[in-house]
Design a protein around this ligand. Structure first.
Ligand SMILES: Cc1cc2nc3c(=O)[nH]c(=O)nc-3n(C[C@H](O)[C@H](O)[C@H](O)COP(=O)(O)O)c2cc1C
Length: 189
């Protein structure tokens, strides 16, 4: 009878241990599987898309704010001495970002939004890519522009984070519908 009781207790302990282990593993998978929408927007167009996207897919939102904001003069692409022109000509330019994301490890998928500048991602996006450990994460670029496509921005970003998987990405018009944005995002993930 005593032996039987011991077996029952041992079985109970085993069941409780496995249940706790299962819950713990589930928790850690969940906390490392979150989706982030990070974006830079100098004049507000990309911000519109980023907010819609985060809202549609229930992702966290982070604005990549420059430490020194871009003035209208800074953004003048017709002046080859303007701040943006000087930065975009210099491939090693890394404009400073004002703030950092606290717990970046919790994100598995990161959508990165930006305006197309000179046919590619602005240099501050390069700063962002080099500011975190992207190993094992999936990065999905998206952009707004006057008319240019996203070009090889995804490939450039991939070269900065070789241990991540960077998708080609897509350029959107600010009038893109919520449904189109959501369907595209789901296809990518
Ligand atoms: C410095 C600079 C360079 C730009 N280069 C391009 C370009 O190469 N192709 C294009 O279609 N639009 C270009 N644009 C237009 C922006 O991509 C477009 O207005 C974008 O939607 C702005 O996004 P934002 O409001 O989020 O900053 C450029 C704008 C700036 C300020």
């Amino acid at each position: 009878m005593k032996k039987f009781l011991y077996i029952i207790i041992a079985c109970l302990i085993a069941v409780i241990t496995f249940t706790l282990l299962f819950i713990k593993t589930g928790e850690s998978n969940m906390t490392n599987n979150k989706v982030l929408v990070a974006y830079f927007s100098a004049t507000g167009n990309t911000k519109i898309i980023a907010e819609k996207l985060a809202n549609e897919i229930g992702a966290d939102l982070f604005e990549i704010k420059p430490a020194q904001i871009y003035t209208d003069d800074d953004l003048n692409w017709q002046n080859d001495k303007s701040r943006s022109s000087v930065e975009m000509v210099d491939r090693n330019s890394r404009p400073e970002i004002a703030s950092k994301i606290d717990d970046f490890a919790q994100y598995k998928t990161v959508f990165i939004g930006f305006p197309i500048w000179w046919g590619r991602e602005p240099s501050i996006i390069d700063t962002f890519m080099e500011s975190y450990d992207f190993a094992g994460k999936t990065i999905i670029p998206f952009a707004t522009s006057g008319s240019s496509d996203i070009g090889n921005s995804g490939e450039i970003i991939q070269s900065l984070v070789p241990n991540a998987t960077v998708l080609h990405g897509k350029r959107f018009s600010t009038s893109v519908s919520d449904t189109e944005l959501k369907n595209w995002a789901i296809e990518q993930m």
